[in-house]
Design a protein around this ligand. Structure first.
Ligand SMILES: Cc1ncc(COP(=O)(O)O)c(C=O)c1O
Length: 448
């Protein structure tokens, strides 16, 4: 056994309790943050509260995830109760009842024909799981030459190696490299669509880029194409009218598995359970996370079409059909949280509420057109992006400054590049929508 006395510096004596150094923060400018920390201590409904008790109106549902609003007692009570009943149970060759109940509830909520659920612990794991299921499916149906994965420029699919490879954000790959055998469709952001309300008119033909991939690589090499139906993290890019339908059609014609990454669009963001429902386009696999548990306990999932599950599981050989899984797949606390969350969405009619609020939300954000620095506004459902002109030689700084000023004035927004992104909890009121965009307008006009 290790004797701490015998190992010099075994205990990190340089670390003081509550010092800021030990926590290596994700996707954060650590040095800048620690020079000027912003802390959140409590949350309830539409608000965070700082350690000093100052309220912060949550315009982003945390990180696109607290769709039912903060600290919902229906969910927190279910988690508390489950923690006292059974803390953990393995789901490798064993299971517990909540795992089946959570999977059934999720499958019922998602599009008909996608009836099988593989649980993960995050969106990144859901994406990598979906990519692996697509590859396993092609192999299972005798299409083992199909190993190529197609993503899209400006796509964000989390931070696993699969996700950063099919993702279209160079900074997320620069220090690490990426998987081979991956290519990317063009993104769907067209200047002629600036200030579109809802789905932009131009760009359905960008889906033909998948035909270009087929011509370039051969359909027999392509396993799957993955897109966010609405791209969030690279600035709220709404799909052009007809784009997703066309992508579905091309994928079907060439035997390519279509994966929707719905990590931010599922659970009401666009006014329906899924973006697939909203757009009326059914993919073969849906990756989701975040709103699945209202972000109370980490959980993600892949929801698979029946033909995919049948090919891998029903028609598979005896023994383990898919060599994949996580210790915490279907963790009991996450399952309790998911069941309570999905019930709450239904009981409170939150997806319908988001759909009903969407016109007011769109009018409020588009009223910012004409304010200083605003070069484009994009919105759909309860998600919006306000793109600002960059400062000369200082990309992203203006938007970051707006974020800081908003936070200091008690409003949480999100910055992605030059875009301010809003995705509030679905419980938001019309008055709170007006407050968010009214405050942003004031800050914009005062910003250098
Ligand atoms: C579309 C999309 N996919 C995947 C992820 C990764 O999810 P996680 O951070 O839970 O791994 C995100 C996170 O924002 C996302 O927006």
């Amino acid at each position: 056994m290790l004797d701490p006395q015998s190992v010099p510096n075994a205990l990190p004596s340089a670390v003081a309790p509550n010092a800021l150094g030990a926590f290596w923060m994700p996707f954060t400018a650590n040095k800048a943050f620690k020079a000027h920390p912003r802390l959140l201590a409590r949350a309830e409904g539409m608000y965070y509260f700082t350690p000093g008790g100052e309220p912060i109106l949550d315009g982003t549902a945390g990180l696109w995830c607290v769709n039912a609003g903060h600290a919902r007692s229906e969910i927190t009570a279910a988690i508390r109760e489950q923690a006292g009943v059974m803390d953990f149970a393995p789901t490798f060759n064993l299971a517990h009842p909540l795992a089946f109940a959570a999977a059934s509830k999720l499958a019922l909520m998602f599009p008909a024909g996608l009836d099988h659920v593989f649980f993960t612990n995050s969106g990144s794991e859901a994406v990598d799981t979906a990519l692996k299921i697509a590859l396993a499916y092609q192999k299972a149906i005798g299409q083992g030459t199909r190993t190529r994965l197609i993503g899209r420029e400006r796509g964000y699919h989390g931070t696993g190696f699969g996700g950063i490879s099919v993702g279209g954000i160079v900074n997320n790959r620069r220090a690490f490299g990426s998987l081979g055998g991956v290519d990317h469709l063009r993104h769907t952001h067209l200047p002629e669509n600036a200030f579109s309300i809802g789905q932009p008119a131009h760009g359905a033909d960008l889906a033909d880029d998948l035909e270009r991939m087929v011509a370039l690589h051969g359909a027999e090499t392509i396993a799957a194409v993955i897109v966010e139906p609405l791209a969030g993290s690279t600035g709220v890019l709404v799909p052009p009218v007809g784009y997703l339908e066309r992508l579905r059609d091309i994928a079907t014609r060439h035997g390519i598995v279509l994966i929707f990454d719905e990590v931010i669009t599922a659970f009401g963001r666009l006014g329906s359970a899924t973006a697939a429902d909203h757009f009326g386009v059914r993919p073969d696999l849906i990756a989701c996370a975040k709103g699945l548990t209202n972000a109370t306990v980490p959980m993600g999932a892949v929801v698979a079409a029946n033909h995919i599950h049948a090919a891998i599981v029903d028609a598979g050989p005896a023994g383990i059909e898919l060599f994949h899984g996580y210790t915490y797949s279907a963790h009991p606390l996450a399952c309790a949280a998911a069941i309570a969350t999905l019930d709450l969405y239904v009981a409170d009619g939150l997806f319908g509420r988001a759909a009903a609020l969407a016109p007011h939300f769109a009018a409020a954000v588009h009223a910012l057109r004409g304010h200083r620095h605003v070069v484009d506004i994009r919105s759909l459902g309860l998600v919006a992006g306000i793109e600002l002109a960059p400062r000369d030689g200082a990309p992203g700084v203006r938007a970051t400054e707006l974020f800081q000023r908003a936070f200091d004035s008690g409003l949480l927004v999100r910055v992605t590049g030059e875009t301010i992104a809003l995705s509030p909890p679905l419980i938001i009121s019309e008055a709170q929508i007006d407050e968010i965009f009214g405050r942003i307008g004031i800050i914009l006009d005062d910003l250098g």
